[in-house]
Design a protein. Structure first.
Lengths: 317, 317
């Protein structure tokens, strides 16, 4: 490893804020030095508690994450926050998001906040988030909160890979939310009904309970449902204790170990796929081969499967 | 190609509804016969107009798609609808969705509707959707509407790959929608403000206009903004004519050809990656190698990058 990466890794390990920021940029962009850096950090990762927070837009996830952070800080824990935000070239969404979030914890060295753009990551968003988590874990954060704003496949996968997955819903978001709930229902370890001072809270709770009653309970336990009004700090302590309860139970029953193992397997396979494709692009595909293949695809003279198989054939694997 | 696939492909090409359904299941699940089937269908694909429809939950996308379908049918066009829905093992969301949609067009042979689950696709959701589109195009549908319910990275990618991308917003969805809008803003060729009989419609239109004014116009043209009340069929004809206008312009300026080329390139690279990993799993990785690697990852005795590079090294590419 080059001296520069060695120094950067050492500075991350002692929790230096600027080093963490630089390391995250390096691994998020998958810069050439990212692999060496991650190799140096990986042995020190895996100790933090990772809490994923997801739910439909308008559920108040960011406020909830801010409030959870305040409680965790009071309890003496250091906190990392990864907000997976949609970005726009117009508004620079991620940066704006950081600024708003920063206000509450700006002067607190015990909180590191980073927004991630949702697009253009080599190997996909989930893989990039995994790399960022490795950096924050190696930096010694006690708890890492991963918040996703989107509610697509990648975002569900990211939150599902956390030690504890929190799904946030609110009263009165309309029927289509029912459909969204279906997609994220399976990954929920703890449900939050936020904005619980609004009308319709009982209906949402009843709907969650009715869905849960159809599913097999894990070790006789069903996900807790916690009501919060994050803006007034109501129910946030209860939420954190439900998260702790789940984690304690998951540790005892082996559920946590299985989750973490599944996540490591995914991380290995994603990394293998990503680095393999990079080597294939560099050493197997000729300089203009992709463009020439696309010419033939446009002419419908070949199909993507036959074209791919021809490349693989040549590799003599 | 086996006789069974040959027959299935021939039946898809003549538009047989049961054959289309079976072919979609085959390619969605990436069954062993999927590649041969797609190779047979691909030369006949590429002629349909593909319209992507996305936007936050609650925007009324499904109603809009239903209304667009009715107008297209009146104009004598055959229509394929792909609804990318979150699925749950509890509620079987996708199937339920199909049933509700089916009611309006159940007896119409000129409409083929399919909901896709958002999870568990080899090579990702976007790749699976691409395969389903190939089937519907080969089956001779004139127009294909792709509706995504989620608003994550994959869903944006899917809609962005359409010939024309329609982004649906509504008045009064709260502040977090602003953030979501940023993520999907870039892919919009046509904006719809649906439920335009609600309060706040002027504000939404003004916000879109203000965002657009910050972006460079393509050939001096900015995306149209169409107001609709889909439930009452208001503005739907105007929307379809805005879609036609965009497509006509995109055809003349070469924008459409560039979009389609970029999509074919992505399809080739996704297919190559997917099939390459399959071969590596079968021929390179030993029977227990993945599990043994995960053991070492758990012990932090190796990191994912070093483990992946060791496999690639052995392949002597």
């Amino acid at each position: 490893m080059a001296v520069a990466e060695e120094t950067l890794a050492a500075n991350v390990l002692r929790g230096d804020v600027r080093a963490i920021a630089r390391a995250i940029t390096t691994v998020e962009n998958d810069a050439p030095e990212a692999a060496a850096l991650l190799s140096a950090l990986f042995p020190h990762a895996g100790k933090a508690v990772v809490i994923g927070v997801t739910g439909p837009p308008g559920a108040g996830k960011s406020t909830l994450v801010d409030r959870m952070t305040a409680h965790l800080r009071k309890a003496g824990k250091t906190v990392g926050i990864v907000a997976v935000d949609p970005t726009s070239p117009y508004t620079g969404g991620a940066i704006l998001g950081d600024r708003i979030r920063m206000q509450a914890h700006a002067t607190d060295e015990g909180v590191f906040i980073r927004s991630m753009a949702t697009r253009g990551h080599l190997g996909g968003l989930a893989a990039a988030t995994g790399r960022v988590l490795t950096v924050l874990q190696a930096a010694g954060k006690d708890v890492i909160l991963v918040e996703t704003v989107g509610v697509g496949q990648d975002e569900v996968e990211i939150v599902g890979a956390a030690d504890v997955s929190v799904v946030v819903l609110v009263p009165g978001l309309g029927d289509e939310v029912q459909a969204l709930k279906a997609g994220i229902m399976e990954i929920a370890d703890v449900f939050v009904v936020n904005k619980a001072d609004r009308e319709g809270v009982d209906r949402v709770v009843a709907e969650i309970e009715s869905m849960l009653s159809l599913a097999p309970a894990v070790d006789g336990e069903r996900p807790a449902i916690v009501q919060t009004v994050a803006a007034n700090d109501q129910g946030v302590a209860e939420l954190l204790s439900a998260v702790d309860d789940f984690r304690g139970r998951a540790e005892r029953t082996g559920v946590l170990a299985r989750k973490r193992r599944a996540h490591l397997k995914q991380e290995f396979e994603d990394t293998l796929q990503e680095r393999l494709m990079r080597v294939v692009r560099r050493r197997v595909l000729g300089p203009d081969e992709v463009e020439r293949t696309v010419d033939r695809l446009e002419a419908r003279a070949v199909d993507p499967f036959a074209a791919a198989d021809a490349v693989i054939e040549r590799m003599k694997i």
